[in-house]
Design a protein around this ligand. Structure first.
Ligand SMILES: [Fe+2]
Ligand SMILES: [Fe+2]
Length: 289
């Protein structure tokens, strides 16, 4: 079983001690901004990348932030944590040259996260920062497949494009371990809290699990993923008309007619977020890592 091998394969990046500490703040209600600042400060490169993201047009801050402590006060402790984990995900995604376009896949992760946060705000879901992080992480299984079986990943994406069929439906038909399962396993290995694992496992079709824990969060990311695939077709390596699970309507309390309004709102969000979506995570000198 591939998922059992994940932890023993050296191609799979593992969070270093700094990232491990940051992940643990995601589930620790007692973690303080000071703790987060202390741990991030241990890694100078990480701090500068976070500051670069905080200063992007997306956050629209009136002046440039140069200190991590200031960033935590201004955009909030959870947002800084999310940006730190986004930097880690970006590096994991770019850790090896393969046959797929990692920048495009990154844009898909970021668009899904930004859309998920916006949808959460729209429907009054409280844990918006958690939803953002779940959006960044939802497709990490694709990183695992790409690192372990780059040719297979490439062929899978090509087949999805040729057949104009979403990748997850092809994976189901092939009865192989899919990107949802591997994503869930990878997040378990990285010691992410359960809600992120749930989203990774069920983001393509939340109704697959009738007892789905964190169903609201999973439905938000599912819907954000659908919109993300509409805005950036093929960037997720999945093609064809995206599948929308009707469960989102009852769980999120929205009507099919709301989707059109949402689409127009997301158009504005997308325009405003282009530097985050396409910018990648580069350091101050613009060197991509
Ligand atoms: Fe997916
Ligand atoms: Fe996705």
């Amino acid at each position: 079983m591939i998922k059992e091998l994940l932890g023993t394969i050296s191609e799979i990046p593992t969070p270093d001690i700094v990232v491990q500490e940051i992940i643990s703040t995601a589930s620790n209600p007692n973690a303080s901004a000071k703790d987060l600042e202390k741990v991030i400060s241990m890694d100078v490169g990480l701090s500068s990348k976070i500051l670069r993201l905080v200063n992007s047009a997306y956050y629209g801050l009136p002046r440039k932030i140069t200190k991590l402590s200031e960033a935590i006060v201004i955009v909030g402790f959870k947002t800084v944590r999310n940006l730190a984990l986004s930097v880690f995900t970006y590096s994991a995604l770019h850790s090896k040259h393969t046959f797929i376009d990692h920048d495009k896949l990154w844009s898909h992760f970021m668009t899904t996260a930004i859309f998920a946060e916006h949808i959460a705000k729209n429907i009054g879901f409280m844990n918006r920062e958690e939803v953002f992080l779940a959006g960044i992480m939802h497709d990490v299984g694709k990183i695992a497949i790409d690192l372990l079986f780059p040719t297979y990943m490439y062929e899978l994406a090509k087949f999805s494009e040729e057949k104009q069929t979403p990748m997850f439906l092809i994976e189901y038909k092939c009865q192989v371990e899919d990107h949802m399962e591997l994503g869930g396993e990878l997040l378990k290995l990285w010691k992410f809290p359960d809600e992120y694992i749930s989203v990774a496992l069920y983001h393509e079709k939340p109704s697959l699990n009738p007892d789905l824990p964190y169903v609201e969060m999973t439905c938000i990311v599912h819907l954000a993923n659908v919109f993300s695939n509409i805005f950036l077709p093929g960037y997720s390596l999945s093609y064809g008309p995206p599948y929308l699970d009707p469960l989102v309507f009852s769980v999120l309390g929205i009507k099919p007619s709301d989707l059109k309004i949402m689409f127009h709102e997301l158009e504005r969000v997308f325009e405003k977020s282009k530097d985050m979506i396409y910018g990648g995570v580069k350091d101050e000198e613009g060197v991509q890592t």
